[in-house]
Design a binder for this molecule. Structure first.
Ligand SMILES: [Zn+2]
Length: 410
């Protein structure tokens, strides 16, 4: 059978569950030697491997989940570079790009992104899509067709990213209704400086709209160096006032790093109480925020993952932009994202919490059927590397094989 197979591999201990863990050999970097078999696209056997003689030459991971991306604008850097490399520059170049944007261009960028993502090892992606008042009407229809077209290889989830005001307009309300049928998500931006009263009013209306259509919300919030946590504080106040349960994701939440340690932990508790999830986006944050032309500023905010996890907040690490005005690099490659983020954020790859933020939290965020834990009966969706240690995983000449439902994809 083509969708069956067997491999001897190392798997990080926290990424699999095994019936008989006696005789399981685990090395100092928490990599366990196992023999894994699959039939008809599902794992049929997982057992400890005796490694007296030698360690397997492969490291196996579940296929990855991208918690936050922008496939509508990826690869626009060549025509719309932001050579100042700061947030304001990115925003103004992004608005220039909108003037030339067509549905055809969006679809071309999206397909290029998805093909790369599958090839590099992703199984699901949440992408924000710039949404504005005078946008062509057919873009959403075409995007939902694309979602269906790729569904056997990759699960795609869309967030309509717009100014908060949009959700008060007739077009905004119509789109919300459409998103409720297609399981889309409402998006927006809350970044200081802003008028607190006005923002609070707009957020209330957005939450009520989401509640009406049973939609989730994913906000670009507090992606700034000033007024630490100003956006999330307004959001929490609005939620307390409305007393409604809308699933909310806070993407970025970078500036809260500048709060005092106990304030971060308190805020974390409030987020966890309301089941608000966080997506940390170190690549764009480190690139854009506090970017100075004449000096290197090392004070760069990013969501404080460890403190938030300590407060029981479900934190995912995502990639964000790829080769667009917001970030000139990247290639929809989870190993590029990990190679940059893990040293940057001082996360140990041999610790459960680190791998949880890369594999399990994004699977929960996207409400995927499979949480990514490898065990008997799970899908045979793997990325297998020619590697024996973490240093090999984060090397530049990575050799990988991607298996989708038990079949070798590439
Ligand atoms: Zn983003």
């Amino acid at each position: 059978m083509s969708n069956s197979g067997k491999v001897e591999a190392l798997i990080p201990r926290c990424l699999f569950s095994i019936e008989n863990s006696d005789n399981l050999s685990i090395d100092f970097e928490d990599l366990s030697s196992v023999s894994i078999s699959w039939e008809n696209g599902f794992v049929s056997e997982l057992k400890p491997l005796k490694t007296e003689n030698k360690k397997p030459n492969n490291i196996l991971f579940p296929r990855f989940v991208e918690a936050h991306s922008h496939i509508d604008k990826s690869f626009t850097w060549d025509k719309f570079p932001n050579l100042r490399s700061n947030y304001d520059g990115a925003l103004s170049v992004n608005l220039e790009e909108h003037k030339t944007r067509t549905t055809k261009k969006v679809l071309e960028r999206a397909e290029k992104s998805l093909n790369l993502a599958i090839q590099n090892g992703y199984r699901a992606i949440r992408s924000h899509i710039d949404t504005y008042q005078h946008q062509g009407n057919d873009v959403w229809t075409e995007l939902f067709k694309l979602q269906k077209k790729y569904s056997s290889k990759l699960q795609l989830q869309f967030v309509a990213l717009s100014p908060l005001e949009f959700w008060q307009t007739e077009n905004g309300k119509k789109l919300a209704k459409k998103l409720s049928i297609q399981k889309g998500i409402l998006g927006g931006v809350v970044v200081p400086p802003f008028n607190k009263r006005e923002t609070s009013k707009l957020l209330s209306k957005m939450l009520l709209l989401a509640d009406k259509y049973k939609l989730e919300i994913d906000l670009h919030i507090d992606e700034s160096t000033t007024e630490p946590g100003a956006g999330v504080k307004v959001l929490l106040e609005v939620m307390d006032k409305l007393k409604i349960q809308v699933p909310i994701t806070c993407s970025h939440l970078s500036s809260i790093l500048f709060l005092k340690e106990h304030e971060i932990l308190d805020l974390g508790k409030k987020l966890a109480d309301k089941n608000i999830k966080v997506v940390a986006l170190p690549l764009t944050n480190f690139w854009l925020l506090n970017h100075k032309s004449k000096i290197t500023a090392l004070k760069r905010p990013v969501a404080p993952i460890k403190q938030l996890q300590k407060s029981f907040v479900d934190v995912s690490v995502g990639s964000d932009n790829v080769q667009d005005p917001w970030y000139p690099f990247g290639n929809f490659d989870p190993f590029y994202m990990m190679s940059c983020s893990i040293p940057m954020l001082q996360l140990n790859p041999w610790e459960r919490k680190t791998l949880s933020s890369i594999f399990f939290a994004p699977s929960r965020l996207l409400n995927l059927k499979w949480d990514g834990l490898i065990k008997k009966g799970c899908p045979a969706d793997f990325v297998i590397l020619d590697a024996q240690r973490w240093a090999d995983v984060f090397s530049s000449n990575l050799k990988r094989k991607v298996f989708i439902k038990g079949d070798l994809y590439c």
